[in-house]
Design a protein around this ligand. Structure first.
Ligand code: 6R9
Length: 646
């Protein structure tokens, strides 16, 4: 790991919101007086009914309960839209850049208010009421933001499913939160290729009587099947309603959205976020982490199907009255200069992306960056997985020409917003380190027994007290929430990440310590891939682990035991890859499949994944304790097969 230190550049320090002294002072207050600190920060929002209580939280595993601003009332869409539409109606809220470089448009705050209100009225006309869940399965088009904010406006709870998920995955998520209404598009468009979104919805909802309305936004105009009585084109419905829809007063703890995310079991969890604390946190972090100044153009390249898109394309920036860029395409279409072309075209000042994108563009060569100007860029950001120092240096030197601080932001779907991060004007950077905690965040490193370790150390990352943006529960399963996050280490939120802290108090995330892998910044449960594999008629057993992958960060390594009599052929290997893509979606495609006559198991029959991980990493000499193996020869076989692949 690199120990190079990059001080705050003078031109950034000169007009940053926070310098080092102010960070220390604000941080100290945020943890010593959370009620005072967050009570003041909540003033950044418009409250319909002011709160009288601020923090009311408990991490006690017998009574986990998280409430912030619990007697206050507000509306998220009023805060993200109406107040800016009133103050700065002509200011651009969203710059939309289509997949085709010739396709872009700008939506002002006044226009956003009309679009969101109209969308909300369409939802109402389809029976959506406060507390109802609505599933969104949309491409990166402005209607995705309109639909999110429309739900928030009328108190409905959105659940967005990434457009790369298969019909089965989509169906499970619709069912998991019982959405009667699904919003989709005819087709998506990515890298010049069409994505059959409506056809996927049809396949997903065929067996789901819970779904009574499917609203279809016309994106490509491609012909799609429309089921009479259930399916409606959005534009036809929109023409029937007005643009007048008053925002509903919501309690601060009313649900805002559910987002399904992968964990250590085969079933994704519905992470539930609520209204007041989430928006205060998304807004504050967006402003301070990116040192956002009014008038700046901000671009986060995530998809709204992931939490980064929720907090840092839509809610955080719009709560701050910012101009947020929404990109429909991919980094390599029509060429690998696309990101930088878009930066120049829209004069982007703040650019936030994932290490996997940086690594792939790095591979395409510097010339494709250097032919663009990028003079508008001021701050760069990274999220989703650890950024390796080589990619950090390239991002810093080639993309940012050495002048832009990189904020390496560590957080999770569960945390709602960024928890560990540099602040551009306050924090000297070390490539590969997410550096220091944000205001109100109290990280600690524990050993396997839960003992808090002090000073420079390494172990498991926990957070010892609540922050306003954190998840409140697993939708419909509070016990699972308690079990997953608060039972490993009593009284602490367990992140699932390993972490090192250096002598300067900087945090270095080392990756997941549970059965979650991070493939190109996408979170995946190994159990989900395993259950897809064993659903194949020729597969008897499967074990999936991550392994180091140059571009993706981690690749998916599957050990597969076939049914007796089945032959391990190349054809079958391809068939299994295609099968997983169909079952879960392309993001879950196994990179390597090793046919294994046996898997290493304990005498009680538990698969020893630790050993499988080591074999996948080619670390044959450090398998650790193998004395509990029921049949040690299985491991020798696996190693021999692994070595033969090279
Ligand atoms: C926001 C998001 C969460 C997991 C998290 C960790 C990894 C995210 C990171 C990072 C190192 C960073 N992760 N940001 N690891 N450095 N800056 O990505 O949410 O999809 O829920 O993933 O991603 O392992 O636990 P999510």
């Amino acid at each position: 790991m690199s120990e190079n230190v990059f001080p705050v550049p003078p031109q950034i320090a000169a007009n940053a919101l926070v310098d080092q002294a102010k960070y220390e002072e604000m941080y100290a207050r945020s943890v010593s007086d959370p009620n005072g600190f967050w009570g003041e920060q909540a003033g950044r929002l418009d409250w319909i009914k002011p709160f009288t209580k601020v923090k009311h939280t408990s991490f006690d595993p017998h009574n986990v309960s998280i409430k912030w601003f619990e007697d206050g009332e507000l509306n998220v869409s009023a805060n993200c839209v109406d107040r800016h539409a009133a103050a700065t109606p002509d200011k651009v809220a969203i710059i939309w850049e289509g997949d085709d470089p010739g396709d872009s448009k700008k939506i002002t705050y006044a226009e956003l208010k009309d679009e969101v209100s109209r969308f909300a009225n369409v939802l109402k006309a389809h029976g959506v009421k406060k507390g109802d869940r609505v599933t969104l399965y949309l491409p990166m088009i402005p209607e995705a933001a309109y639909a999110m904010l429309a739900c928030a406006r009328i108190g409905a709870v959105h659940s967005i499913v990434f457009g790369g998920f298969s019909p089965d995955s989509l169906g499970a998520r619709i069912e998991g939160c019982a959405s009667a209404v699904v919003i989709t598009a005819d087709e998506g468009l990515r890298g010049g290729r069409k994505v059959p979104l409506k056809a996927n919805v049809d396949a997903a909802v065929a067996k789901l009587p819970v779904v009574t309305s499917v609203l279809v936004v016309r994106r490509t105009g491609g012909a799609v099947a429309m089921t009479e009585g259930r399916d409606h084109y959005y534009d036809v419905e929109a023409a029937k309603v007005s643009t007048d829809c008053p925002p509903l007063a919501m309690n601060a703890e009313d649900p805002l959205f559910i987002l399904f995310t992968s964990g250590s079991t085969g079933q994704p969890k519905g992470v539930l976020h609520t209204t007041g604390g989430y928006l205060v946190y998304a807004s504050l972090t967006h402003q301070y982490v990116f040192d956002y100044h009014p008038g700046e153009i901000y671009w986060c390249t995530a998809d709204v199907g992931w939490v980064t898109g929720h907090s840092y394309i839509v809610y955080g920036p719009l709560a701050n009255g910012a101009t947020t860029l929404m990109f429909e395409g991919i980094p390599t279409y029509p060429t690998a200069s696309r990101f930088w072309d878009v930066v120049d075209k829209h004069q982007v000042n703040i650019f936030y992306t994932a290490p996997t994108a940086i690594r792939s563009l790095m591979g395409a060569g510097e010339a494709l960056v250097q032919k663009t100007s990028r003079k508008s860029l001021r701050i760069l950001g990274s999220v989703g997985e650890p950024i390796n120092p080589e990619a950090w240096m390239w991002y810093h030197n080639v993309v940012g020409e050495g002048r832009c601080p990189i904020v390496d932001t560590w957080w999770q779907t569960e945390t709602g917003g960024i928890l560990i991060t540099p602040l551009p004007g306050a924090t000297a950077l070390k490539p590969g380190s997410a550096t220091r905690p944000f205001f109100g965040v109290q990280p600690a490193i524990v050993d396997a027994e839960g003992k808090i370790l002090e000073g420079a150390t390494e172990g498991n990352l926990v957070i010892t007290d609540a922050w306003p943006g954190m998840m409140r529960t697993v939708f419909g399963d509070h016990e699972r929430f308690v079990q997953t996050y608060f039972s490993a280490y009593k009284g602490m939120y367990f992140t699932g990440d390993g972490c090192r802290r250096d002598a300067d108090g900087y945090y270095w995330i080392t990756g997941r310590v549970d059965d979650v892998i991070n493939v190109s910044g996408h979170r995946m449960g190994t159990a989900e891939v395993e259950s897809a594999l064993v659903a194949h008629p020729k597969v008897a057993e499967a074990a999936v682990v991550g392994y180091p992958h140059d571009l993706k960060g981690q690749g998916i390594y599957a050990y597969v035991t076939l049914m007796t009599g089945e032959e391990p052929t190349e054809v079958l290997r391809k068939e299994l890859v295609a099968w997983v893509r169909k079952e879960i979606g392309p993001i879950a495609s196994p990179d390597l499949i090793q046919f294994s006559p046996g898997l290493p198991k304990t005498r009680s029959g538990k698969i020893m994944r630790r050993i499988l991980r080591k074999i996948a990493e080619d670390s044959f000499d450090s398998l650790g304790d193998t004395s509990t193996l029921a049949d040690p020869t299985v491991v020798d076989d696996l190693i021999e097969h692994r070595q033969n692949r090279h």
